[in-house]
Design a binder for this molecule. Structure first.
Ligand code: N01
Length: 515
């Protein structure tokens, strides 16, 4: 059992983060009867990215029947694509249903996590003191650290400046002149809301995204009652969404030519939504293959851009004045506030500098300029350390909760196998790690993310895509169902411990790399 002393708090498993990924693993542990875990959360409330992102219009672009835990279907989604408040309420409710609050240590920021080889444990220094865990799981997610552009003068701007993930609700933008920088997944959701209230909106677009119509509709009471009464009906709806989305993988990863069809639809969407304005149509039409950057869904973004109080600027931003944004065309545009829709540190996860493995090397030092993981979970030299949603586990087409649940299964089976073999530590073999990543990159070559003719945050400084999973998601689930202990160097426990994870391991899947 976890113990709490004034000096050091200990548990077998430490989980960092209470987004969908961290909560999901904590629930799996509780369901397995394992209470020997602590979840560390930097904030005073749980919820990860759906807690932080509260910007106007924030909603999911994966249908909610799919964007939810497999073990906690929600018959009460009020729309096909739930909005942030509803998703957040869902995570709160699921956490409460599993009595997770008593296992979460809030307001606890992880400053440093170091592997103690002698004691075979992770010593974790936090803002609330020291913890020791046999196994440490990072569930901090790729969207937890806002990316603030390094624009000259930004710090000295004489008005509100904030990122979409840190929306400043105290700033009254009604009737104001507002600059928005960025036109990604977040901006296309908040721009239509801002447009309604601000006086002028200057939208600085570096690269236009491809947009498809968003088929959002309110779910009828009848449908909700049906799902509540017959859970199988909701299961069928979820499965059909899953397979429909999964079909997209063929176009994204194997035959990018297939994406010409949805690209044609996206072009029609532009023409239909901005009729009679060829200049604006041209500005928002991307010059790369659809799918190369995340495909966005919106039916209110283009109409908002066509309103008289919006100007789409394709010049880029060169600097920020005290009361202005200076475009790379040299023009000075006076504004009262700046909203940054500039994305997140996805390729340079901040946790990389806080986790130190064998010999004190940080993850960042081990990775250099290119993060990598084995099955998205482990890194050589970092024994008993796991990622949920680590390198090459991202998706552009389906639910990340599916991937988080699959990764959680890998950790659960690792714990079971460590118990079974009475192991103190498991450390992925470097040759397996290298082979896996070679396989991932080989599979990446024909994908639209590499061949589609765009620069995107999917690619890191070395030009490699270390963010996305280049295959079907059911393949990832198959490859993480069993902890392939033969790919790991192991050390025995000095003192045998009783097994908590008595459940038999999942049936063996082929241990082959993805290539
Ligand atoms: O960020 P982004 P986001 N000067 O990285 C531009 C998830 N999400 O917060 O394309 C000027 O997509 C940048 O330009 P460019 C989802 O996974 C999910 O919108 O690099 N512009 C781009 O336009 C998503 O992918 C949901 O040329 C600069 C924008 O900023 C991820 O979050 C909803 C710039 C950044 O777009 C991130 O989305 C919302 C600079 N210096 C978000 N720097 C769901 O519904 C950056 N840009 C599940």
């Amino acid at each position: 059992m976890s113990t709490t002393t004034s000096a050091v708090r200990t548990a077998r498993v430490g989980i960092i983060g209470t987004g969908f990924a961290g909560l999901g693993l904590a629930i799996r542990l509780r369901q397995a009867g394992d209470e020997d875990f602590i979840v560390l959360e930097k904030d005073t409330q749980l919820g990860g990215t759906w807690r932080d992102n509260e910007y106007p219009g924030c909603a999911c672009d994966v249908p909610s029947n799919l964007y939810s835990y497999s073990f906690a279907p929600n018959p009460d989604w009020t729309t096909t694509f739930a909005h942030q408040a509803e998703i957040r309420a869902y995570t709160e409710r699921v956490a409460a249903d599993h009595d997770l609050h008593r296992s979460i240590h809030f307001d606890t920021f992880v400053q440093d996590a170091a592997w103690d080889a002698e004691a075979a444990l992770w010593r974790v220094e936090t803002s609330q003191g020291t913890y020791e865990f046999s196994v440490l799981v990072s569930a901090t997610g790729p969207l937890s650290s806002p990316s603030i552009p390094n624009l000259p003068g930004l710090k000295d701007f004489d008005g509100p400046v904030f990122h979409s993930a840190e929306w400043d609700f105290s700033a009254d933008l009604t009737g104001k002149r507002v600059a928005v920088i960025g036109t990604g997944a977040s901006a296309i959701q908040f721009v239509p809301q801002l447009q309604k209230t601000v006086g002028e909106l200057k939208l600085f677009q570096r690269t236009p995204p491809w947009l498809l119509p968003r088929a959002e509709f309110k779910t009828s009471r009848l449908r909700r009652a049906l799902f509540a009464r017959f859970p199988l009906a909701q299961r069928v709806a979820r499965e059909s969404l899953y397979w429909k989305n999964e079909f997209t993988v063929v176009g994204l990863t194997r035959r990018p030519g297939i994406m010409k069809a949805p690209q044609w639809l996206a072009k029609q969407h532009i023409k239909r939504q901005i009729p009679g304005d060829p200049e604006l149509q041209a500005k928002v039409t991307p010059d790369f293959r659809l799918g190369c950057k995340r495909i966005l869904l919106s039916s209110n973004y283009y109409p908002a851009l066509a309103k008289p109080n919006v100007e789409v600027l394709t010049t880029g931003v060169s600097e920020i004045g005290k009361n202005s944004v200076v475009g790379s065309d040299g023009q000075v545009r006076e504004v009262d506030a700046i909203v940054l829709g500039t994305g997140f540190h996805v390729n340079d996860l901040p946790i990389k500098d806080h986790v130190r493995g064998i010999g004190g090397q940080t993850l960042g030092e081990a990775w250099g300029d290119s993060m990598q993981g084995y099955r998205g979970a482990t890194v050589p030299g970092f024994p008993n350390f796991f990622f949920i949603l680590g390198p090459n586990t991202g998706l552009g087409h389906s639910s990340m909760i599916f991937m988080a649940e699959a990764a959680g299964q890998y950790v659960m089976d690792a714990l079971a196998q460590m118990d079974k073999g009475n192991l103190a530590s498991v450390d992925v073999r470097p040759e397996r790690f290298a082979r896996w990543n070679d396989g991932v990159q080989k599979r990446m070559k024909p994908t639209v993310w590499v061949t589609g003719g765009c620069a995107s945050w999917y690619l890191d400084a070395s030009g490699k895509n270390r963010t996305l999973w280049p295959d079907f998601t059911f393949r990832f689930r198959a490859l993480t169902k069993r902890f392939d202990i033969e790919s790991y160097s192991t050390l025995p426990r000095r003192v045998p411990q009783p097994s908590i994870h008595a459940a038999p391991a999942a049936p063996a899947e082929p241990a082959a790399p993805v290539a």
